[in-house]
Design a binder for this molecule. Structure first.
Ligand SMILES: *Cc1c(COP(=O)(O)O)cnc(C)c1O
Length: 232
């Protein structure tokens, strides 16, 4: 068995354990394998081990892999910062974008989403820890942005995404994830129907699952250490 295969098994096992602790079924949590910094061969290996959803943060790197692996039925998720001059490649080649934090970007993605494809699934990234350096909309601006994004024709607003400040220990890690759960609840009380909380990475996905994560984005624990990137 390759390292990637056994790592995937271990991560899936840990997801199942956290799901049990949360009294949830493991099928309610999707594992997104974050393959940024790793080759198409590594992605293919994870695919052979049963993984179907992959996350990328850099447009050109992602498009190269997507082209190489075009015959595999992979769902590609864009999880990095979206620059407005890169929206067309994203709108054309991805099934999901997790990192919407401005209306202008959402409008471009909607306008550029090819009509032959289903609407692009999107999440709004929330700066849940209030860090000045982090991308994401502040919680105070979230509802207004969510309503505007939800009205765009070629997008389907699915939920919220966050990258909280790193914390040690399950209880401390749960705090920002609980806040995300509450934010989604508040938005749904206003008449929207979000079903996705994209939160939890290699070091904190168990805490995220305890607070309702439906997509966990895991890179290092599957593919190993990267020599660049992460956390942006
Ligand atoms: C890189 C990245 C991840 C994966 O992080 P790991 O710590 O390697 O699991 C998850 N989400 C986003 C947005 C990332 O950029």
């Amino acid at each position: 068995m390759t390292a990637i295969t056994s790592n995937l098994q271990a991560v899936n096992h840990a997801i199942a354990q956290a799901a049990c602790m949360a009294h949830r079924c493991k099928e309610s949590i999707k594992l997104l394998a974050v393959s940024k910094g790793f080759s198409a061969v590594a992605v293919c290996e994870a695919y052979q081990a049963g993984q179907r959803d992959f996350g990328e943060s850099y447009v050109q790197e992602a498009l190269d892999k997507i082209e190489l692996l075009r015959d595999l039925p992979i769902q590609w998720h864009f999880i990095g910062p979206v620059q407005s001059n890169k929206t067309r490649g994203i709108a054309t080649h991805f099934a999901w974008v997790h990192s919407i934090d401005r209306l202008k970007i959402a409008e471009r993605l909607s306008a550029q989403r090819p009509a032959r494809l289903p609407p692009l699934n999107v999440c709004i990234q929330v700066n849940v820890s209030g860090e000045a350096s982090k991308s994401g909309v502040a919680p105070s601006g979230l509802l207004e942005l969510a309503k505007a994004v939800a009205s765009l024709p070629q997008l389907k607003l699915r939920g919220l995404m966050a990258i909280p400040a790193p914390a040690e220990g399950l209880e401390a890690q749960r705090v920002p994830f609980a806040k995300m759960r509450e934010l989604m609840h508040q938005i749904n009380m206003q008449g929207l129907a979000l079903d996705t909380l994209s939160m939890g990475m290699s070091h904190d996905f168990s805490a995220a699952i305890l607070e309702g994560a439906t997509i966990v984005r895991v890179g290092t624990a599957i593919f190993g250490e990267r020599n660049y990137g992460g956390n942006q």
